[in-house]
Write a protein that binds this ligand. Sequence first.
Ligand code: MF3
Ligand code: CO
Ligand code: CO
Length: 249
Amino acid sequence: MKETCSLAASVLEYIRPKVVSGISTLELNDLCHQYIVAHGATPSPLNYHGFPKSICTSLNEVICHGIPNSKVHAKEGDILNLDITTYYKGFHGDTNKTFCIGQVRPEVQRLVDVTYYCLREGIKTVRPGSHVGDIGARIEEIAHSYNYTVVQEYCGHGIGRQFHEEPQILHFGKKGTGPELRTGMTFTIEPMINMGARDCKVLSDNWTVVTQDGKWSAQFEHTIVVTEAGFEILTLRGDEEVNFTAIPK
Ligand code: MF3
Ligand code: CO
Ligand code: CO
């Protein structure tokens, strides 16, 4: 798990300088695909339940599962989530990040910053003996305090030999509810936070999930392991703090 997760994290580090105005989401897909296979791994999304590409690319009002497309280009002011899952030596590692293309509107930057804050604070609830519901309760509390909403139809998940395993990690809920966490469990936390209403719909391609009201949505995802001390973030990148304490400005 450590190896596949650090490879997945390294894909986001590799692609970061290339996520600029003008690039198409298909070009980003192809670069990530080549990087992943060059490192002896396989992109888990490719052909997963029929998904046609190697990464998910979700722009602006797309909540998740956007399909890379040569006609969709990032442009200044956009937000673009790249979701990377690698399969390496029999294990999956899953991580995503919302990139800002150039300068984005202050309200959009706020959404992105708060979404990352939700992820990091959700992670901080994790320790042996805590409950899955503690994670969602914390995320929901923060999102609502900024007047954002939390997508309920998609969630984090156990991960390991399979891409999606039990338990489901909801990004809302009640403290003390749901399965108890135990040392060694590996799962993702991946809150999708909306500026408008939480409601979503799936486009006719049967994959792309968008907000019903067309307002923008952001997401961040890490794969973590429960440790005796609490947790370890297996997909942590070099540009992230190990001990995240406050919302970035
Ligand atoms: N990586 C996504 C997740 O975080 C799942 C993508 S499924 C796909 O769980 F088929 F769209 F690739
Ligand atoms: Co995931
Ligand atoms: Co993912």
